[in-house]
Design a protein around this ligand. Structure first.
Ligand SMILES: [Zn+2]
Length: 417
């Protein structure tokens, strides 16, 4: 293997002629970084950096530029080259496209892909320490890598059943609208905002023909979603996402717990109040996931607080409805409703009314046997990502990370197929 092609392989770059390798030292006289000077192959020069259309050369460019490459062994490494500018018919005077980096990037493709791959699989500290870059830089990298990955693929072929949801991503009521494919479990699309205009951009992207092929749309009870779906996919069955209904029940249960706790506190029943404060997780969790201590806590509630225990059973039976699904589920829901209406716990009487209001959409979810687990798992992972993405400057970085992690479009590590 010739030396120049070995260096190209080491750096994971193509279409380049290696000219020189030098080092730079820090103040202590140690090697600080490795500089690989390169030249663009003639055949590669002369394409627009944005659209890759062949264009006439404009000038020799602003001189030497550097791209951060993957470390060679333990030494930070840069690729240095002079890149001409071209005049593109559509994009005007731009730096020409280079095969080793994405347009506008300060890192090589191999570096970008490694950072994106790591960001979807490991912790923030691991990525930033391993690659020696700031978390904000990771944010810009995931934005451009995901934009690049999405540009090259048709994500919306054969769409039949989709789920639409909103996720809050920052304190102060900032939301993302997200669309999930029920059949593949992949995140299809996400955008900042939660209103009709935001959601309409998704359906516009889909186009009329594909909108017409959608058979089922699941969502929470939001009116703005219902409005846009009715306008863009009038033929689709609208169903309620089961986990939202279970979430309503969990909220109702928490309301009961708080009321009972406040009453105990005011009535001077300190021990009961303290017990209830700690019971939150025992009440929230699915019974099959309870620890022994939590089981004991629940048994205690059963003995000392009949109202709260009934509220707990109401939540659990509603969860069971969506576990059963189909006709069995609908039958159990009927029973649940007649129980909840008469239970004299105001939070659950209200819940029964809300469920009655949305009965047809809930029945549609039960009949279509919509998998709750899949949407809920995407939803849970998205919530986790919104926390990881704190510190990214732009919401596009969060969306990019979400598409790479949950949209199935993360590039492989460089040098692997
Ligand atoms: Zn162009």
């Amino acid at each position: 293997m010739r030396r120049t092609s070995l260096w190209a392989r080491l750096l994971g770059v193509q279409g380049v002629i290696m000219e020189d390798i030098s080092t730079e030292e820090n103040d202590d006289g140690e090697i600080a970084c490795l500089i690989v000077s390169a030249r663009l192959r003639r055949a590669e020069a002369g394409r627009c950096g944005v659209c890759r259309r062949r264009s006439a050369q404009y000038d020799r460019g602003p001189g030497q530029r550097r791209w951060r490459a993957l470390d060679l062994g333990v030494i930070p490494t840069f690729l240095e080259a002079e890149v001409p500018r071209v005049r593109c018919r559509d994009h005007g005077v731009v730096v020409c496209s280079v095969p080793w980096a994405r347009h506008g990037a300060g890192h090589t493709r191999a570096f970008d892909d490694t950072a994106a791959w790591l960001a979807t699989r490991t912790s923030k500290t691991a990525v930033t320490a391993l690659l020696r870059i700031a978390w904000r830089t990771v944010g810009s990298i995931v934005s451009r890598v995901s934009a690049d990955a999405l540009a090259g693929r048709d994500r919306f072929g054969n769409l039949r059943r989709i789920g639409i949801d909103e996720i809050s991503y920052k304190r102060g009521h900032r939301y993302l609208t997200v669309v999930v494919d029920h059949d593949t479990g992949l995140l299809l699309w996400a955008a900042a905002g939660r209103d009709e205009a935001t959601l309409r951009t998704f359906f516009d992207l889909l186009g009329e023909e594909r909108c017409a092929a959608i058979t089922l749309v699941s969502a929470d009870a939001a009116q703005w979603i219902a409005n846009v779906v009715a306008e863009k996919c009038p033929q689709a069955t609208v169903c309620m996402d089961p986990f939202h209904v279970v979430q309503w029940a969990t909220k109702a249960l928490d309301e009961v717990r708080r009321t009972v706790w406040n009453e105990a506190r005011r009535g001077g029943q300190k021990a009961i109040a303290a017990d209830l404060k700690g019971a939150r997780f025992a009440l929230w969790k699915n019974p099959e996931d309870l620890t022994e201590r939590q089981q004991a806590k629940l048994a205690g509630i059963q003995r000392t607080n009949e109202r709260l225990y009934r509220a707990y059973l109401l939540k659990e039976q509603l969860r069971q409805v969506f576990h059963l699904r189909g006709k069995e589920g609908m039958k159990l829901l009927d029973q649940w409703l007649s129980w909840a209406r008469r239970c004299r716990i105001s939070a659950f009487v209200k819940l029964a009314a809300a469920i009655t209001d949305h009965r047809s959409a809930i029945d549609a979810a039960l009949t279509n046997e919509l998998s709750n687990a899949r949407v809920e798992s995407v939803n849970t992972k998205l919530r986790l990502l919104t926390r990881i993405a704190y510190g990214f400057r732009l919401v596009e970085a969060l969306i990019g990370l979400a598409m790479l992690s949950l949209g199935g479009c993360c590039p492989p590590l460089p040098g692997r197929r």
